[in-house]
Design a protein around this ligand. Structure first.
Ligand code: CA
Length: 483
């Protein structure tokens, strides 16, 4: 008996000393575009802590959310699967909410890491439910060691977020409450000498427009220059289909047209609080003595159009909506450069996390981005990053992709007198997407190649989509006649 006890103590002590696997901190905002961070060149925007993270790590300049909307993106981030593979979106569940299958959830990065001995935590907007036949659909609060997550959109009022009540008095606005939650988890985990994975999904800067009043002075009276592609006159070359969703109405409905500075000041104020929370978390990492072995990843679930081309909100496959910030800081590695210009996708994030923790560089549809940290000169130029929308009115359903310097978008809807159509942009020469090259005969060969790539993507969809009617129907819709 005494020998057994001794062996158990010895074994546990050995494990505690030997486990030098890195910690992971994954931070995700909601509806944050690239033009909202100082480190991405946003004029007049104050984000000192996130800028410092980018200076310490690598900022990715061509990172895309393969579905530019909350729920589907969150399911992709967790699993590394494209939307048609995980089948999670607002329209795809039996109750109006998308549900992830139990099998896919078992392969999500938090579950894989917890099974591998990591201490795990989640706080913020979770964004989808897990299929569980015994209990009905569920949020996975029992699958984490510490849970500050919530259903639906969660609230900016901390007191309304049940799992975050203990932070409500000191941090009445939810954004900084997540900084406090993260700091507590980091401190507790470091004491236990167990590797940890902290995932925080901030509600900010998602609407409603309720920034923390503590920061009301930050942008008082500030003016912000508009991007060169701002306004309706720079969207005339886009498909008619793209104008049939609420994104088109929101240019005026959300007052980008007549109150741009005021609207953007509120948006940036929401992000300023995120920056403060990031500072809290980095300070906790430093004081807990784990800075040398703690990776930090910062990104957003989709971008935000903010008046570009005369549109508001997200969902559409254009740059402001689908391209988002991504910063990776890996203190274990010597970075090669401050920026990475390789096209990457949110399908790659689970693989990146599992690569760092367990040495598994491929997961779902994604591949680890850590290779770009130490060498940013190895782009796989043939790689396709899909851009999917099968949410909202069918008129705005689109399927496209980024490949090398090109973006290709197919709009299948043919009702209301519209014809199916496609768009093509050279993102290197035309990053603001001002010139649709689809009818440019000088580059006909490129168009033919991109059409072949598109056909392959539709073929993959047909072969591998989750068996839900929504995705079967979409595959038919996306198949151009004659393919
Ligand atoms: Ca979002």
């Amino acid at each position: 008996m005494r020998t057994t006890l001794f062996l158990i103590i010895f074994f546990n002590a050995t494990l505690a000393v030997a486990d030098d696997r890195p910690n992971i901190i994954f931070l995700m905002t909601d509806d944050q575009n690239v033009r909202s961070l100082g480190c991405y060149g946003a004029p007049g925007v104050k984000t000192p802590n996130i800028d410092a993270l980018a200076a310490d790590g690598v900022a990715f300049d061509r990172h895309y959310d393969t579905t530019a909307i909350c729920m589907a993106c969150r399911a992709t981030v967790m699993t590394g699967l494209l939307e048609y593979r995980h089948g999670v979106n607002f329209d795809t569940g039996t109750t109006g909410d998308g549900r992830m299958t139990r099998e896919d959830w078992e392969e999500s990065y938090p579950i894989v890491l917890r099974n591998a001995g990591y201490r795990t935590a989640f706080a913020g907007k979770f964004g989808f439910t897990i299929e569980d036949t015994s209990k009905g659909d569920r949020y996975p609060e029992d699958d984490f060691d510490m849970w500050g997550g919530g259903p639906g959109q969660t609230s900016f009022i901390t007191a309304k977020n049940k799992s975050m009540l203990q932070y409500a008095k000191k941090y009445p606005h939810s954004t900084r409450s997540y900084g406090a939650f993260g700091s507590d988890f980091i401190r507790e985990s470091a004491k236990k000498n167990q590797p940890f994975c902290l995932s925080i999904s901030f509600k900010a800067p998602h609407r409603p427009v309720q920034p923390d009043p503590l920061f009301d002075d930050i942008y008082a009276g500030a003016l912000f220059p508009k991007p060169e592609n701002f306004g309706r006159e720079h969207g005339m070359h886009f498909s008619e289909q793209s104008r049939r969703g609420r994104q088109y109405q929101r240019f005026e409905g959300w007052h980008y047209n007549d109150s741009y500075d005021e609207v953007m000041a509120k948006y940036y104020q929401l992000i300023y609080a995120v920056d403060v929370a990031v500072g809290m978390i980095r300070e906790a990492v430093e004081t807990a003595g784990v800075k040398h072995k703690t990776l930090i990843i910062f990104t957003s679930d989709n971008g935000y159009l903010c008046g570009a081309h005369g549109y508001g909100s997200k969902v559409l496959p254009y740059e402001e909506s689908s391209r988002v910030p991504l910063i990776i800081y890996d203190p274990r590695s010597e970075k090669k450069a401050d920026r990475c210009n390789v096209a990457t996708g949110n399908i790659d994030l689970a693989a990146t996390i599992l690569d760092a923790a367990l040495g598994r560089p491929n997961h779902g549809n994604g591949t680890s981005l850590l290779k770009h940290y130490v060498n940013n000169n190895n782009p796989k130029r043939d790689r396709i990053i899909p851009l999917i929308n099968v949410w909202g009115p069918e008129q705005v359903f689109s399927l496209g992709f980024v490949k090398g310097e090109w973006k290709y978008i197919y709009w299948p809807y043919t009702g209301d007198g519209m014809k199916a159509t496609a768009e093509m942009y050279n993102l290197k020469e035309d990053p603001l997407e001002l010139h649709n090259r689809i009818n440019d005969n000088a580059i006909r060969d490129i168009r033919v190649q991109l059409e072949k790539d598109y056909a392959n993507l539709v073929h993959d969809w047909t072969q591998h989509a989750l068996h839900r009617p929504h995705y079967k129907k979409a595959a038919t819709l996306f198949t151009p006649k004659g393919m």
